[in-house]
Design a protein around this ligand. Sequence first.
Ligand code: ATP
Ligand code: MG
Length: 358
Amino acid sequence: MKSSSHSTLHNRNVENRPIPSEYFSGNDYKKYTDENPKQCQASSSHSNADLITNHLNETTAAVKTANGTRQHQWTINDFEVGAPLGRGRFGHVYCVREKKSKYIVALKAIIKDQISTPRLAKQLISEISIQSRLKHPNILRLYGFFHDDQRIFLLLEYAPGGELYRRMQKEKILRESEAAGYVYQLCNALSYLHSKQIIHRDIKPENILIGVYGILKLADFGWSAERTETNKRTTLCGTLDYLAPEMLNGSGYDEKIDLWCLGVFTYEMIVGKPPFDSQTQQDTIRLIRTNELSFPQAASNHARDLISQLIRRNPSERMPLNEVIQHQWIIENANMKAIDENYEKINKSTLMNHKNEN
Ligand code: ATP
Ligand code: MG
């Protein structure tokens, strides 16, 4: 789901920072306000809970058909609940252990009544149906889900390193070798997503977790969407600091929006703040529109080159992912061999492998 838990630290959430209407061309702003929770208060949370329950039942059936009959029907009694890992907008995340296999996962418990608008219900359903289909070492696995009258439980891969955002807050600036390793891994995750016609749309350090062996795990598919051949998407979403110009202009966008965010993410890791950071939202939006990108002296030439080739106003001029992973900055800084070896190691260890062995 859309993250809002860092609002006290550094509020970068568009939902919590509505952007003035004059910054959008007519249609797009209308769409945004139509989807604004405050505009939807008339709908009762009860009907949303029913909507979610029905969709979850349908999704369970669909996943079952896709995976054959071996799909396991979890209940809360299958798990020993351990320490809380954190708190999200709609509930808590716990470290839990499956009793039979002893495998450790993260259990996200979402209170159905807190999904108070049809838009949030749709977002959650889309998040579950997209994330449960994704299997890639750099994408946080959603192993399964189940629900009771009050709660929906998501069984997620456990990421012991927590959010990359926390690490960046602590370190301020990451070493270029570490940053390049994350960029390489994020490129791998995005190539996989885009090959499945999925756009993440909310790439930012808050949505990246650190898994075992320090492997990057892209999470939070609440804003992700499937791209259709004919329709370019127009919904306004994401985070202000990471908003791409085509999203602001409402002219429609495609998967190249994730390339813009990849550039912003790279900049933030090595500079310590996002490139269009300013005192006011209006200023940030103006800087995004005019593409006023400046670098501190310490930034290396290769890093500047890569970032400038991703943060391009024209989406078709952004460097494609297959070229990003061959860029000089990545080649010189990322330890790709070690990362690829880690992929091999984690492939052998998942909850599903453990279940099948039992
Ligand atoms: P939401 O997604 O509900 O809008 P959020 O993204 O802020 O809110 P959650 O995804 O619910 O929050 O997670 C809350 C916290 O729990 C995170 O900040 C993170 O520290 C921790 N957490 C979440 N998922 C995992 C996981 N799979 N492994 C380890 N820690 C996790
Ligand atoms: Mg989250």
